[in-house]
Design a protein around this ligand. Structure first.
Ligand code: ADP
Ligand code: MG
Length: 295
């Protein structure tokens, strides 16, 4: 490609809020046939909010009040940096709850968090984490939340389920149009997420996506990109999180969401300043136009 054409293309990208960090990124993008999209913060707004608080009925027939459950949740989530934790803390704050402190706080990547309150082990996380702790969750309840596109978070104390708090993250208004635009360009969109299969499928349906890889541990996102490359695809990855940076680096072209984590933006080849997925399709069109003009 001629340096002048690339320069003009890079300038046009900048005008529309698509920052190409290298000439190579602009060139490679025209060959991309698969776009892998992170879910939270990429397809969705990344601002989850609590929708339901359901204390569980214990074996002894008793249960916590909503407020007690929220207090337990706040104690656990206080030290977590996960967006789901922020949703819990925002509600606790709104209800005037000051989070108690806990001991032995530990984040379990892709699963949740565990800690101790006095002699009581406590935990927050998904169904897998509860299974690992030997705690039964209500499958029917999990499925009804997940089918509605909500993510159920489970809270446990002393080896017993204390309750469920469901959290929902709205899809970005332009995500459905962006998926359709990629389809028109002949580019396959695949959503990659650590969230559970049912919730992921519900979100995918809402935006018109049919390819979903769910229940992915943070450390495995990169491997999924590599597998797509190994089967012959030229892959662009779009993400916003710290979790996404190895996958962004691995992909042929990594695109970071402008409002995302600094490490994601540092490791990416392209930064989407408007945090809008429509700009992914526009960037591919721009790259194709630049390459066409050169040839
Ligand atoms: P993603 O960012 O794609 O949603 P993560 O790998 O960060 O995926 O998290 C996967 C799942 O692990 C979440 O959907 C949630 O169920 C659970 N989880 C992670 N962190 C927490 C937390 N701090 N509190 C409760 N659940 C959590
Ligand atoms: Mg994300």
């Amino acid at each position: 490609a001629t340096p002048v054409a690339i320069m003009v293309g890079t300038g046009k990208g900048a005008e529309m809020g698509v920052l190409f960090k290298s000439a190579e990124a602009l060139e490679t993008l025209h060959n991309v046939d698969t776009v892998v999209l992170d879910k939270t913060g990429t397809v969705t707004q990344g601002r989850p909010a609590v929708t339901d608080i359901l204390p569980a009925v214990r074996a002894d027939g008793g249960s916590m009040s909503e407020k007690q459950l929220l207090k337990l949740a706040a104690a656990l989530e206080k030290s977590s940096e996960h967006p789901l934790a922020e949703a819990i803390m925002a509600l606790a704050d709104q209800r005037g709850i000051v989070a108690r402190s806990v001991a032995d706080f530990r984040a379990v990547p892709g699963r949740g968090v565990t800690a101790r309150e006095g002699t009581n082990p406590i935990a927050a996380g998904n169904a897998q984490l509860m299974a690992e702790l030997g705690i039964d969750v209500d499958r029917a309840q999990l499925e009804s939340f997940a089918r509605a596109g909500k993510t159920p978070l489970f809270f446990a104390k002393n080896g017993e389920l204390a309750g469920t708090i469901a959290v929902a993250d709205e899809v970005k208004p332009t995500s459905p149009a962006a998926i359709a635009a990629l389809g028109r360009l002949g580019v396959k969109a695949v959503m990659l997420t650590g969230d559970n299969r049912l919730t992921a499928d519900a979100i995918a349906r809402a935006v018109g996506l049919s390819d979903v890889i769910a229940d992915v541990l943070p450390a495995d996102k990169e491997r999924h990109v590599r597998e797509l490359q190994d089967s012959g695809h030229v892959v662009a990855m779009v993400g916003d999180g710290i979790n996404d940076s190895p996958a962004l680096a691995r992909s042929d072209v990594g695109l970071a969401i402008g409002t995302g984590a600094d490490v994601a933006k540092e490791g990416a080849d392209v930064v989407l300043m408007h945090s809008d997925l429509l700009d992914v399709a526009r960037a591919i069109e721009l790259s194709r136009a630049v390459i066409r003009n050169i040839k």
